[in-house]
Design a protein around this ligand. Sequence first.
Ligand code: NDP
Length: 502
Amino acid sequence: MTDRPRLTTTAGAPLSSNQNSKTVGRNGPVLLEDYQLIEKLAHQNRERVPERVVHAKGWGAFGTLTVTEDITRYSRAKVFAKVGGKTEMLARFSTVAGEQGAADAERDVRGFSLKFYTEEGNWDVVGNNTPVFFVADPYKFPDFIHTQKRHPRTNLRSATAMWDFWSLCPESLHQITILMSDRGIPVDPSRMNGYGSHTFSFWNDGGERFWVKFHFKTKQGHKTFTNEEAEKVIAKSRESYQEALYGMIEAGHFPKWDFFVQVMPEMEAEDFEKKTGWSAFDLTKVWPHGMYPLIKVGEFELNRNPDNYFTDIEQSAFNPSNVVPGIGFSPDKMLQGRLFSYPDAHRYRIGVHYESLEVNKPRSPVNHYNRDGSMPFGLRTNPDAYYEPNSFGGPVEDPSVEEPPHRYSGQVGRYEYRGEADHYSQPRALFEMFDDAHKERLFKTIAGAMQGVPQFIVDRQLGHFDKVHADYGAGIRRALAAQQRDDAQASLTTSHSAEAAE
Ligand code: NDP
């Protein structure tokens, strides 16, 4: 006997051997009944999920955000509510173009994704180590990415494709300049800044809106490779970022970033465009610091390596659509495109319940009516309240977290139309067309369909029928009473015949 845990099947039964397959005699063929062997081999065939189309190669760690300044005048987000407040978080850094086996120290933009597990849901900042991007419109994104990936015929990266596209899209010049500059190859993830890149928005308790940009500045200082240095690193190791990030956290040298925002009052966006000629919502442009200085929010540190790279980093799913009350979107077109494409990529890559995985799961309560689908583990729904609206205590909306409208929302809103609409006169016109016999059949059919329904629900529905026509409600009440009499009679007859049989 040993004090080590017993090896079990995936169904939890103890396993007698993990060394020898079950054969007919010493040299005989392997039996189909060696189910555990088959399970083991089949499982191996399914060890991969599709790699990300972009940002496939990544490195990540868990950490803590600490708020050091009060910015509640801009945002009501709970994550900023208290100076000194701490929020658990996850960071994933990545290269954009390379596949999962690509070398880390390549010249490329770095993804800089943060997930804050706040008390009102997950807030994800899914940015880059650059404040801008190559294109300003989601129509261009798939084409741009094709130029970064392999040529269909040569299966090689194509400089022709890249420069062809870039030269046809001068909006890319800003990002090209950053990418080709001395900061194009950070030595490891801790030596670079991060940016939310898009313009987002804040809204405060008073319903005021501000446009906002997120900045995360490395406290380790910038350190970058020259092309020659990077070539030498890659010749020795393709995993230099993984080694560095994992190593520094294991050694207790926790990397840190200062967190700043640039804030633009809602009504200033047009002035900004008039003054500068740039839209405040153009992902290829920054807001100059001279116009919108950095405002300190806090800092974060990464202090825990994941125990399982696949479950914690490969299956981590960051969405710019994950905002929380107090943080909103902006008319930035690229942001709007990503609000669709990121969650869609995760549904495809990991599965429809990717948010229920431990790494993606909010630390705050999750209550919704999404049901079933592939592997709905962890979904705990009240069994009677599996639709909405319901009368059985299921979760309900909280209008207090509705965002205020903004300068560009125009006609966009959540309009309540049901309360104002006339739901009664058309059914009344139809009811009045029916002859008496038809009406009786209608009453009987409805009374029959209401069998077993709790009385408070029947009463609520009768109230609606009354509003259509007094005869409608009255007729159904009559039919319900007749049905009750019939049911009582039937049960009396059954008990009499049972007594007679005894
Ligand atoms: P500032 O003089 O106030 O700031 C210059 C900024 O450039 C700093 O944030 C600095 O980062 C950053 N920087 C320096 N070298 C590089 C590089 N090789 N690649 C990327 N960023 C770099 O300038 P402005 O705000 O007036 O902007 C001027 C230009 O600076 C912009 O056009 C843009 O290219 C760049 N920039 C501006 C940012 C902004 O949000 N305003 C953010 C990042 C870059 P650090 O402080 O960490 O050294």
